[in-house]
Design a protein around this ligand. Structure first.
Ligand code: ADP
Length: 266
């Protein structure tokens, strides 16, 4: 009398023949749930010791000019590695939450133009911090786009795309954020850069957790390897999809496409 989960598949053969297959995926489903709970619990448990560690390191960092130079340099290294671990744990927790709960509770009618404007400002600050010659980051709005969604989740997804462009496109390059309505009636938000781009063979796997085209470069730029997985999950919760277009050395374009049913007249 236990609840079972069945997956059905119908295959058509010619005009009048059909094959119906049912597969019992209860065990698979349970294992997947255990994996999700495990990741959520581990990330949660790691947060407290990391907070304590970074608190101490901040105090010692403030004293670094009074310490022997080797020790001072060591503390700065420990600070930056602890920050990396904190980012990773925060992204893992966010991803677990997006996987585990159904979402939709905080969906409201949102105006995207002010949201994109504020993300643009954060990206300019990051670009100034990361590059000697900051990139040109522009907002190219075809009017506003209003849709039903979670402001917090969409901010985190779009920020991930814009921050990736800042991190992977070289100093002085050009990044454009756009939103509008496609001829199909669907809404879109896209981030385009004219950086090194991505070889098309990697594109289908980019939203997998920890999939990286160039591991050394991604780690050096401070990524957690979870950014695009987060984007994919946020979009799934908005019935939307991610379309990636890129060619090596010709930049990349990441486009989020929202169904017309999610849009509101502006
Ligand atoms: P990471 O933390 O490694 O950036 P992401 O999931 O955000 O993880 O991205 C996955 C990979 O996709 C990156 O490691 C990088 O190789 C590639 N990538 C993402 N955005 C861009 C971009 N704008 N230009 C070139 N490569 C990109």
């Amino acid at each position: 009398d236990e609840r079972r989960i069945l997956q059905y598949q119908i295959t058509l053969y010619g005009d009048d023949e059909r094959l119906l297959m049912a597969r019992d995926i209860t065990r698979l489903h349970r294992l997947e749930q255990m994996r999700q709970d495990f990741v959520a619990n581990v990330s949660h448990e790691l947060r407290t010791p990391l907070t304590v560690l970074s608190g101490y390191l901040e105090t010692y960092g403030d004293l670094s000019d009074q310490l022997p130079p080797r020790l001072g340099r060591g503390i700065l290294q420990m600070q930056s590695q602890t920050r990396r671990m904190e980012n990773l744990v925060n992204d893992l927790l966010l991803l677990s939450r997006l996987e585990i709960d159904q979402g939709g509770k905080d969906h409201q009618s949102l105006s995207l133009a002010p949201l994109l404007d504020s993300i643009c400002q954060d990206a300019r600050a990051l670009s100034a911090q990361q590059h000697k010659t900051p990139q040109r980051i522009e907002l190219d709005l075809e009017g506003d786009l209003r849709l039903m969604g979670s402001e917090q989740e969409l901010r985190s997804a779009i920020s991930n795309l814009v921050f990736n462009a800042v991190r992977y496109a070289p100093a002085g390059s050009h990044i454009i954020l756009r939103c509008g309505v496609l001829p199909t009636g669907e809404g879109y938000v896209e981030v385009q850069d004219n950086g090194h781009g991505i070889d098309p063979i990697h594109i289908p796997r980019l939203t997998e957790r920890f999939y990286r085209v160039d591991k050394g470069r991604s780690t050096a730029t401070g990524g957690t390897g979870l950014g695009l997985a987060i984007v994919k999950h946020v979009l799934l919760r908005h019935d939307a999809r991610l379309v990636i277009d890129s060619l090596p050395e010709q930049g990349a374009r990441f486009r989020c496409v929202f169904p017309a049913t999610r849009l509101h007249p502006t």
